[in-house]
Ligand binder design. Structure first.
Ligand code: PLP
Length: 293
């Protein structure tokens, strides 16, 4: 069961009553993109992946904020958020009322020499992450190849934008698997914890939950933000800061968190058994599965 909607991207400030007339559904087996698409030729575009859980699109606002921020960093036309909201609602209405789906929003620079960006949205059933959420993941650290302050020094790297260019992220996952692990935590060349290739990192030392400061070199994760709000509301201490790689091994627990897989606790780090808090991981995922905005 998939749903694909093609949008005619509106300027960010356009006000249109009939937003439904600005997108249309495309059958799953119908051609939808032109060969000259810069998204497919160069990965030149930005995207978001939202979880739709039992008919609710999770954290739509933070995802759209990040889509806009990514577009600004990449000098793409700013998305019209009302249009995207309407398209998301239309896609969700076409999905079954129960179950977990991954809803991908894509804003591409468009066809080479073409007049406008291309935009689409595609929903498909989420992979079954029940076992990973229960039993956790083994992780290796991998060098990201740049310093944690690279974003300011080299803005053309587009760090901090969720671009379509995920080939290196996928290569890192393959390297992790070659090393016998399920996933990886990127470490900067100057020794700081960054993020996973598709997730944010949260550490707990005693009662304090920390995550690497979003300095521009990593994405600011919507799941991490939501979990930190929840932790703060329930009286826990959270902090953003630079986290040295050595602090991973002294943590009482570490999680990789992301929109669709949700919280995956680390059970093994660089080949060594790692303390895994099954109860807290379950509590995180129970919260993350509730409807969130
Ligand atoms: N960092 C990277 C590089 C990602 O690709 C993702 C999600 O795909 C995240 C962090 C986590 O973001 P979110 O919690 O919004 O899914």
């Amino acid at each position: 069961m998939t749903v694909t909607l093609l949008l005619e991207p509106l300027p960010a400030d356009a006000r249109i009553d009939d937003l439904a007339s600005t997108f249309r559904e495309v059958p799953a087996d119908a051609p939808a993109l032109r060969v000259g698409e810069l998204s497919t030729q160069r990965g030149d575009g930005v995207f978001e992946t939202i979880s739709v859980t039992d008919g609710h699109a999770q954290e739509t606002g933070p995802h759209l904020d990040r889509l806009r921020n990514s577009a600004v960093i990449c000098e793409l036309p700013e998305p019209n958020l009302a249009q995207w909201r309407a398209a998301i609602a239309a896609a969700v209405a076409l999905l079954p009322a129960r179950g977990e789906f991954a809803l991908k929003l894509v804003l591409s620079r468009g066809v080479e020499h073409g007049p406008a960006p291309t935009a689409w949205l595609h929903a498909a059933p989420a992979a079954d992450f029940a076992r990973v959420r229960e039993q956790g993941i083994s992780v290796v650290t991998l060098d990201r190849g740049y310093a944690h302050d690279a974003a300011a020094k080299a803005p053309w790297l587009l760090l901090g934008a969720k671009t379509l260019s995920y080939a290196t992220n996928m290569a890192a996952l393959r390297e992790a698997r070659r090393r016998g692990a399920d996933d990886t935590i990127f470490v900067s060349s100057d020794g700081f914890v960054m993020e996973g290739p598709t997730s944010s990192v949260i550490l707990r030392h005693g009662e304090v939950y920390s995550t690497p400061a979003p300095s521009g070199a990593i994405l600011h994760g919507t799941t991490q933000m939501s979990l930190f709000d929840h932790l703060a509301e329930t009286g826990r201490t959270t902090e953003y800061r630079d986290v040295r790689v050595e602090e991973l091994s002294t943590a009482d627990a570490v999680w990789l968190v992301s929109s669709v897989r949700l919280a995956a606790g680390v059970t093994e780090l660089d080949g060594a058994v790692f303390p895994y808090d099954a109860d807290e991981t379950r509590a995180f995922n129970d919260y993350l599965l509730t409807p969130r905005d």
